[in-house]
Write a protein that binds this ligand. Sequence first.
Ligand SMILES: *[C@@H]1O[C@H](CO)[C@@H](O)[C@H](O)[C@H]1NC(C)=O
Ligand SMILES: *[C@@H]1O[C@H](CO)[C@@H](O)[C@H](O)[C@H]1NC(C)=O
Ligand SMILES: *[C@@H]1O[C@H](CO)[C@@H](O)[C@H](O)[C@H]1NC(C)=O
Ligand SMILES: [Zn+2]
Length: 435
Amino acid sequence: MSGLTALSFLRLCLISCLIPASLSCGLHGDVGSDGSPLAELLNYRPMTEANNAAPSTSSRPLQPSRLTLTNVRVFDGTSLQPPSTVIIEGTHIARMCSSSSTCASHNHATTYYDAEGMTLLPGFIDAHTHPLNTTHLTSLTRAGITTAVNAFCPSPPLCASLRHQPGLTVLVTASFIATSPNSTHARMVLGMGVPDAADLLIRDISQVPGFVAQQVAQGAEFIKLVGSAPGPGLGVEGQAAVVAAAHAAGERVVLHAASYEAYEEGLRAGVDQIHHAPLDVAVDERLVRMFKGMDGVVAVCPTLTMMRATVEALGGKRNLSFAAAVETVARLHGAGVPILAGTDANLQPGAPAQVPFGSSLHDELENLVQAGLSPVEALNAATALPARHFGLVDRGVVREGMRADLVLVDGDPTVDITASRRIVKVWVRGVEYEM
Ligand SMILES: *[C@@H]1O[C@H](CO)[C@@H](O)[C@H](O)[C@H]1NC(C)=O
Ligand SMILES: *[C@@H]1O[C@H](CO)[C@@H](O)[C@H](O)[C@H]1NC(C)=O
Ligand SMILES: *[C@@H]1O[C@H](CO)[C@@H](O)[C@H](O)[C@H]1NC(C)=O
Ligand SMILES: [Zn+2]
């Protein structure tokens, strides 16, 4: 069997991970009962080595900018500000002034760029992606995404190889999935050839603190938990144990949930974020009340782009409803639940639901606007809000002293959301990406 077969399997996993187990059909045809036929195929080592040897880490010294943008409208992460002057120095935003003359004394050896008619925004954050190599990162960067959440880490060295690629999108990296051996997700990771996958599955609640400690030690920046209801998996008690251990270790818990029941269990367990949206039944008043009654604030990243692609690919064969996902976003947003923009971007050969890296975030912004967010709220969902909910205090807003993770677009996306695609320049920590 070829590497392509292994990738195809990984793709099946990404897609079918979205489907509540009870709706899931026979996706295990490629895998033996113990997962062995594919276990040797998906070898992360060559991918990791290629990433570590990528040009962006070895050649071409990347110069931080020394740049003055003039006459530029600024979307600061929350609202649109009048035209002003913004000075980028090195890796950070040095100054913001209402005119270039008041900024002048701070300005040495700078390049000027007249950005009249353009809008400067915080670099976009895609709150749910699955990059495997530097090509995927480049696609994200070109689209103005300066931070992306890597929503599942099958191999810590592979994730590490993607995390420090100077000048490219910076990743926030998940743990391995917290799930029990009887879940659909467990069977899938066993078939992916993930080293030690069987040992990472949670057989008993007593294993939870050890799992979390090990994941944190290996670089996980948050814990990824799988909600499997109505299929078998970690129940509310197991999920609550994961939340308790993660919070004790100072980490957030992001729950995968694509059904009404999985949403409810996650809320009862006290997760910090729920990703995906129900494809069976929309969230109703009862669940909205649960969201409002939570001690903390639970954010939702509905990945509508992936939900749409999944329903288009599989909806004919299964009883899946994209309308339920959209209705969920409308109701949660209406109730004040923070909505994050995320895509589930993955590029697997022959996938029934490929989601391209980069352009898909702009699709998601439009999906969110169609679900009832204003363009300003959609932009907030892709900047300041995900920064806050992932604890990224140095980005997501345009303000003096913040990281120069920035995107400059032509036009005004706070009025016409499609202007987010008209990218003129992108900076990652002050380094301008060469388009
Ligand atoms: C990354 O993977 C894509 C397939 O998704 C492939 O086309 C591309 O060549 C790969 N890039 C590198 C640098 O290996
Ligand atoms: C699945 O495993 C979990 C954890 O071991 C257990 O609590 C649950 O009862 C199991 N579910 C089924 C349907 O066997
Ligand atoms: C599809 O699911 C909805 C919501 O659960 C249900 O009301 C409907 O009867 C189902 N339709 C079919 C054909 O199973
Ligand atoms: Zn995903």
